[in-house]
Design a binder for this molecule. Structure first.
Ligand code: NAD
Length: 355
C-alpha cells in the first residue's frame, strides 16, 4: 500500500468513463463526442449478434462490423480487420466484448491513429490500459504506448448479465490479480493503492452474491465497478511476478487466460506477501493471510484451483520455472528458479498456500 509519506508521481487518468445500466445506448453520443463520423464495431464470433445490434443502433454512424476477434490478438486477424476497416471508410473503432476484442481495437487504433471506444463485457481489464499483447507465429509480444489506450470506455452492467458463471469467477480473479500487483508495484501511487483496495472489497462483496443470483444487477454493478478499478490500476503501474508467470504459462502451453490467472493468483500473492507489507489490507478483506484468504475466497466462489486441470504436466512446470527467471523484472521478493518451481507445484496440486 503506497502512502503519501513515501512521495509519489500520479500520472493522471486520461480515459473518459461512462458507467451504469443501459449505457450502451450512449455509444452514438460518445462516437460523436470524439468527432467520429463512421465507427467500425468489433467483436468475437461469439458476440457477433451484440456487434450487429450495436451497429444497427448506430445507424448512419456505423461503418459495419468485423466479428473475428480472437484470443491474444493474432497479427493475421488484425491485418484482415485493417483491410476491412480501410475499405469501409471508418474513422474510429468500437470494441464490444472481452479482452480479445478490446485487444483488436487497440491493434487497429495504434496502427491507424484513430480513436477507440471500448465496451467491456468481462472483468479482464484491458480497456483502461496502454498495454497490447500481440501474437505472431505463436510468439506473443507485449508493449505499452499511449496510442494503445482507448479514449472512451463504456461500462454497461446489463452486458455482463450473460457472462457465464465460470467466466464470472475466473474473470473476477483475473481482475483481482491486477489489484494485488498494483498494491506492491514499484511505481504505485496512493490513488492506484486506493483503487486496488476498493476493488478487492467490491469483489469480496459482489462475487458471492452472483454465485446464486447471476443476474443480480446490484452485485453485477459492484463487480464491474471493481473490474474498472483493477483495470485502471493495471493501466498506470508495472506488473511483476504474477503476470510474468501467467503470461509464461499461457504463452507456452496455450492455457486459457482467465483460468490461468485465477489458479495462480493465491500462490503468487502468498509468495510475495512474505516480501512486502503492501498486501496487509488483504488480511482484513479476505480474512486470513493474503494468499490463504484469497485461495479460500476463490474456492468458495467455485474457481478452478489446480494447474493440472488445465492439462499441464510436471515437466511443463520445470519449463515454466526456467522461462520465468530468464528476464529480470521488479518484484517485492527476490526469487530463484527453485522458488518458482515450488510455487507452481503447489498451484498444480491445488494446495492451499501456507506461509
Ligand atoms: P475473451 O475476450 O477471449 O472472451 C472469452 C469469450 O467470452 C469470448 O468468446 C467472448 O466473446 C465471450 N464473452 C465475453 N463477454 C461475454 C458476455 N458478457 N456474455 C457472453 N459471452 C461473453 O476473454 P477475456 O478473459 O475477457 O480476455 C482475455 C484476453 O484479453 C487475453 O488475450 C489477454 O491477454 C487480454 N488482456 C489484455 C489486457 C491488456 O491490458 N492488454 C488486460 C487483460 C486481458
Amino acid at each position: 500500500m503506497k502512502l503519501p509519506t513515501d512521495g509519489f508521481t500520479f500520472p493522471g487518468i486520461s480515459t473518459r468513463v461512462v458507467f451504469g445500466s443501459g449505457t450502451l445506448s450512449r455509444t452514438a453520443d460518445e462516437v460523436e463526442r470524439l468527432g467520429g463520423k463512421k465507427a467500425m464495431v468489433l467483436s468475437t464470433p461469439n458476440q457477433s449478434d451484440d456487434a450487429q445490434s450495436l451497429a444497427s443502433r448506430l445507424g448512419g454512424l456505423s461503418a459495419g462490423t468485423f466479428c473475428e476477434a480472437a484470443m491474444h490478438t493474432p497479427v493475421e486477424v488484425t491485418e484482415k480487420a485493417l483491410d476491412v476497416f480501410n475499405r469501409s471508410g471508418a474513422d474510429c473503432v468500437v470494441a464490444i466484448g472481452g479482452g480479445s476484442t478490446i485487444g483488436l481495437g487497440k491493434a487497429i487504433a495504434t496502427r491507424t491513429g484513430v480513436n477507440q471506444i471500448a465496451i467491456p463485457t468481462t472483468y479482464a481489464g484491458s480497456e483502461m490500459t496502454d498495454i497490447l499483447g500481440e501474437t505472431r507465429e505463436g510468439r506473443k509480444t507485449t508493449r505499452r504506448d499511449a496510442s494503445i489506450r482507448p479514449e472512451t470506455v463504456i461500462y454497461d452492467v446489463d452486458l455482463t448479465l450473460t457472462l457465464a458463471a465460470d467466466m464470472t469467477v475466473t474473470s473476477s480473479l483475473n481482475a483481482i490479480a491486477h489489484a494485488v500487483e498494483a498494491l506492491y508495484a514499484p511505481d504505485a501511487n496512493p490513488v492506484t493503492s486506493l483503487m486496488a483496495v476498493e476493488a478487492m472489497k467490491a469483489f469480496k462483496s459482489g462475487l458471492p452474491v452472483l454465485r446464486d443470483a447471476p443476474r443480480d444487477t446490484e452485485a453485477r454493478a459492484l463487480v464491474l465497478y471493481g473490474a474498472w478499478l483493477c483495470s485502471t490500476a493495471l493501466g498506470y503501474v508495472a506488473m511483476s511476478l504474477h503476470h510474468k508467470l501467467a503470461h509464461t504459462i499461457g504463452g507456452s502451453f496455450n492455457t486459457p487466460h482467465a483460468e490461468t490467472h485465477a489458479i495462480l493468483v493465491p500462490h503468487t500473492t502468498n509468495f510475495n506477501a512474505a516480501g512486502t507489507d503492501a498486501l496487509a489490507p488483504m488480511r482484513e478483506i479476505f480474512g486470513s493471510t493474503p494468499g490463504g484468504g484469497l485461495w479460500d475466497f476463490a474456492k468458495a466462489a467455485g474457481a478452478p484451483l489446480r494447474l493440472s486441470d488445465l492439462g499441464l504436466s510436471e515437466a511443463d512446470l520445470d519449463k515454466a520455472a526456467e522461462i520465468a527467471v530468464q528476464n529480470s523484472y521488479e518484484n517485492p521478493r527476490p526469487f530463484t528458479q527453485g522458488d518458482i518451481r515450488a510455487l507452481l507445484q503447489a498451484a498444480w496440486e491445488g494446495q492451499r498456500p501456507e506461509d
